[in-house]
Design a binder for this molecule. Structure first.
Ligand code: JHZ
Length: 415
C-alpha cells in the first residue's frame, strides 16, 4: 500500500517501461469525489496534479501522478444503483453471464469493487453463491445489510487466498469499473489466478479508451482512474499471468465501455475472432503514434475554450445556469474550466450523500433533483452526459417550460 499521499509515476504499471510520453495536463485539482460540507468551505483543500501520459512500449494511457487509494476509496460516495440505466445494465449483465456459462447454485461469483452489491444481487436472485469485496467502509456496510456478504478490503493476493480458504474457488470473478482504479495490476491478476477455478472466468468492464478519445470524453480522466485501457496493453498484462481475452462485448455505459471475458490459457476457451477484430481496429486508429494523443489534447483545449466563452456570453445576457449530476467527471470539467457558483448557481443530483454538500474546488451547492420542479433556470449544464437519455427523459417538464440543456460531450450543443 502507498505510504505517501501522492506519487509520480516513473514506469508503466503494465510493462515497466520508463518511456512515458505526457500529452495532456488538466491542471491541479482536488479529488473529484472529495465533496465538502458547509463547515469546511473556508478550509484549504488538497490539490493534486491531473495529467496523462502514454507508455511508448505497451501503449497504456495512464496518469502521471497517483493519489493514495486510502484517501480516495475508504469513504466512497459513488453509487451506480441510483441510476435506472445502471441497474438495468447490471441486471442484464448478470443474466447474460448466468445463461452463457450455465451457472448454478454450486457456483461462486466474486465481485471486485462490489460497491453497494447491486450486480451481485442479480446473481443472488438466481440462487448463485456470491461474495463482494470493496474497500469502502460505508458501501460494504450497506451491501452487508442488504444480505450481500461483502469483505471490506482491497482485492489482491491476500484477499484471494482468504476467500479460497473460506469459500472455495470462484467460477466467475467480475470487476466492473474498478481495474482502472488499481495501481498494482499484477497483484490483481495473481489474485484472480488464485481464486478462479480452472475453467473459471474473469469478466471485466471498463470505459474503453477508443471511445474516450473519439468522443472527447476528457472529463473521464481523473485521479481515481489511474489507467485508460485499450486492448493491446491489457493483452500484454494478461499474458504475463497465463490469462487471455476470449471474448469481447461492446456495452454503452459510461460513454462506451468494453466487457471482456478472460480465462486461463489452459482452459477449454479459445479467443473468438472478435478479439482480433478489436485489436485490428485499435491499430488502424494509430494508438501507437504521438500525434493521435496530441490531436486529442488539442480538441480538449478547444472544448474548454468554446464552453467557457458560451457560458460567459450567456451570463452577460443575464441568463441563469445550473448543473445536472455532481458526477466525478463533472467536477473535472468544472475545475478544468474554472466554473464556480458565479457561473453555475447550483447542481442537482440524485445521490443522497452528495446532496447538501458542495463540489470540490468549485464550491457549488448540491440539491436533490426535485429542486428543478419549482425552478426554471434558463440552462442546465449536463455534467453527467453519460446519462443524457435518462436525465432528459426525466426532465421533460423542465424542457416543456422552455428550459434547455447544454451538453458538452461528444461536442458542445444546446438541446
Ligand atoms: P456517473 C463513476 O464516475 C465513478 P462518475 C467511478 N469512478 C467510475 O469509474 C466511473 O463512474 C466509470 C447523478 N444522476 O455515474 C448521479 C442524477 O442526478 O456518471 C451521479 O452523481 N440523476 C466508479 O461519478 C451522477 O449523476 C440521474 O437521473 O463520473 C452520475 O455520475 C442520473 C442517472 C444520475 O459517475
Amino acid at each position: 500500500m502507498m505510504k505517501k499521499t501522492i506519487q509520480k509515476v516513473k514506469v508503466c504499471r503494465i510493462c515497466g517501461s520508463s518511456k512515458l510520453y505526457p500529452f495532456l495536463s488538466l491542471g491541479k485539482m482536488p479529488i473529484p469525489n472529495g465533496f465538502i460540507q458547509k463547515e469546511e468551505l473556508n478550509m484549504a483543500e488538497r490539490y493534486y496534479p491531473l495529467a496523462v501520459c502514454v507508455c511508448e512500449n505497451c501503449w497504456l494511457v495512464q496518469l502521471t501522478h497517483i493519489v493514495s487509494p486510502e484517501i480516495m476509496f475508504r469513504n466512497y460516495v459513488y453509487i451506480p444503483s441510483t441510476s435506472v440505466t445502471m441497474v438495468d445494465h447490471f441486471r442484464s449483465m448478470a443474466n447474460a453471464i448466468v445463461d452463457k456459462y450455465k451457472l448454478n447454485g454450486s457456483d461462486l461469483v466474486v465481485d471486485v469493487g462490489s460497491n453497494d452489491g447491486t450486480l451481485l444481487s442479480f446473481f443472488k436472485g438466481k440462487e448463485i453463491k456470491v461474495l463482494g469485496v470493496d474497500p469502502s467502509e460505508n458501501l460494504s456496510a450497506i451491501s452487508n445489510l442488504k444480505g450481500i456478504e461483502t469483505m471490506n478490503n482491497f482485492f489482491g493476493i491476500e484477499v484471494a487466498e482468504k476467500i479460497r480458504k473460506e469459500k472455495g474457488k470462484a467460477k466467475v470473478v467480475t470487476a466492473t469499473n474498478v481495474l482502472a482504479h488499481i495501481h498494482d495490476l499484477d497483484d490483481i491478476c495473481k489474485g484472480v489466478n488464485i481464486l478462479l477455478e480452472n475453467e473459471g472466468l474473469f469478466i471485466v468492464e471498463f470505459p474503453y479508451f477508443l471511445d474516450l478519445i473519439d468522443k472527447n470524453e476528457f472529463d473521464s480522466i481523473y485521479h481515481e482512474h489511474l489507467s485508460y485501457f485499450s486492448l493491446k496493453p491489457l493483452c500484454y498484462l494478461f499474458q504475463k499471468y497465463n490469462l487471455h481475452i476470449i471474448d469481447i462485448k461492446k456495452v454503452p455505459v459510461h460513454g462506451g465501455s468494453l466487457r471482456i471475458f478472460v480465462s486461463n490459457v489452459k482452459s477449454r476457451y479459445k479467443p473468438s475472432l472478435r478479439v482480433k477484430d478489436f485489436l485490428e481496429r485499435e491499430s488502424l486508429r494509430k494508438l501507437n503514434r504521438r500525434s493521435t494523443y496530441n490531436e486529442f489534447a488539442r480538441r480538449v483545449k478547444a472544448i474548454r475554450r468554446d464552453l467557457v466563452s458560451l457560458l460567459k456570453r450567456l451570463k452577460l445576457q443575464g441568463k441563469r445556469i445550473v448543473g445536472y449530476g455532481a458526477a466525478a467527471k463533472g467536477n473535472v470539467l468544472l475545475n478544468y474550466c474554472k466554473l464556480d457558483s458565479h457561473t453555475i448557481e447550483y447542481i442537482v443530483d440524485s445521490i443522497p450523500y452528495k446532496q447538501g454538500k458542495f463540489t470540490p474546488g468549485t464550491h457549488i451547492p448540491i440539491y436533490p433533483e426535485t429542486r428543478l420542479e419549482n425552478d426554471t433556470p434558463d440552462y442546465v449544464l449536463l455534467l453527467a452526459w453519460n446519462f443524457a437519455d435518462e436525465i432528459l427523459r426525466k426532465q421533460v417538464k423542465y424542457r416543456e417550460r422552455d428550459g434547455e440543456f447544454i451538453i458538452t460531450i461528444p461536442y458542445l450543443r444546446i438541446e
